[in-house]
Design a protein. Structure first.
Length: 316
């Protein structure tokens, strides 16, 4: 009888020890899961802070400090030793650690065809006898005009080549996203985005961004006034644009979903329009490949976190 009791006692003690061990393992596992979850959350938070620092650098390029909470500053510092002209962004990751990566900037633009005019059709009064589309004199540059309805040859200059547009032109979503991103982070001074629903005309001079000679509050009276300061003007949402009676203007104009009115304005650059371009009695386009190249390559700014350059370090 005593032996049986001893076996039962030893069995109970073993079961208790096993339960205690399992409890320790469960608690340890829960602690590891909590630590892993906290580490993942802190990593996501650090990434968010880095993107915030990139946005800050996009708005204003240069070294400075940005607070993420009491005693948790982020920092943008010049990165001349690693790569001249770049910044390094540092953000808090743990109480005694910080995460850093290289930040660089570049110029970019939007995808546009190589053409002087892309539109559904060109419109002018029957009384007009002067060509509406031309190339700069003496350059020999060919100005491509692409429309769904072929314009009369008399309305095209000697160095203008006309071809047929197979379908209605529209701005691609990728380019529109790039412009929206630029505007959201502080646009380049020469870029204007007007997103308005409706079929009516937007009067260019009534916007907050105005041409030279017609400044308005918050406007830019230099862009578009000379070849050295061209403008990129984009209108979306089905609205049309009127840039009438402005004289010489240096710009690339994009009207996605609407029409364009050029009466009294000689546009040096290029036009991309989903519907009609109304030349009027005196409006016209002088094709400027350099201005088009600026719009496609350098009109927008870019700031990015460089992959493969992340490092962690101690604070202080």
């Amino acid at each position: 009888m005593g032996s049986v009791l001893l076996v039962v006692l030893l069995t109970c003690l073993g079961a208790m020890a096993l339960c205690a061990g399992l409890a320790v393992l469960v608690q340890g596992g829960e602690s590891l899961l909590i630590q892993e979850r906290d580490a993942a959350a802190e990593s996501v938070a650090a990434d968010t802070r880095l993107f915030r620092m990139a946005g800050s650098a996009r708005r204003q390029w240069g070294a400075r400090v940005e607070e993420f909470g009491p005693g948790r500053p982020g920092e943008l510092e010049w990165n001349e030793a690693d790569r001249p002209g770049t910044l390094r962004a540092w953000v808090p990751m743990w109480p005694d650690r910080r995460l850093g990566t290289r930040v660089e900037r570049a110029q970019d633009g939007i995808d546009l065809p190589y053409a002087a005019v892309v539109a559904d059709r060109l419109v002018w009064p029957d009384s007009r006898t002067v060509a509406a589309i031309s190339s700069p004199r003496g350059t020999g540059t060919v100005a491509p005009v692409v429309t769904r309805v072929s314009p009369p040859a008399a309305m095209l200059g000697p160095d203008v080549a006309s071809s047929v547009l197979p379908k209605r032109w529209s701005l691609d979503e990728g380019s529109l996203f790039q412009i929206r991103e630029e505007m959201a982070h502080g646009s380049h001074a020469s870029v204007l985005l007007l997103e308005r629903d409706g079929l009516g005309y937007v009067e260019y001079a009534d916007t907050l961004w105005s041409p030279a000679g017609d400044p308005s509050p918050g406007g830019n009276d230099a862009a578009g006034s000379a070849p050295e300061t061209p403008a990129l003007i984009v209108v979306t949402g089905g609205a049309s644009l009127s840039v009438s009676s402005l004289g010489d203007m240096f710009a690339v104009i994009v009207v996605d979903g609407g029409s364009l009115r050029l009466e009294g304005t000689l546009l040096h650059g290029a036009v991309f329009c989903s519907e009609q371009v109304h030349m009027g009695a005196s409006g016209g386009v002088v094709f400027e490949p350099a201005i088009l190249r600026w719009a496609t390559d350098r009109s927008l700014g870019r700031v990015r976190l460089v992959p493969g350059t992340r490092t962690e370090s101690d604070v202080g």
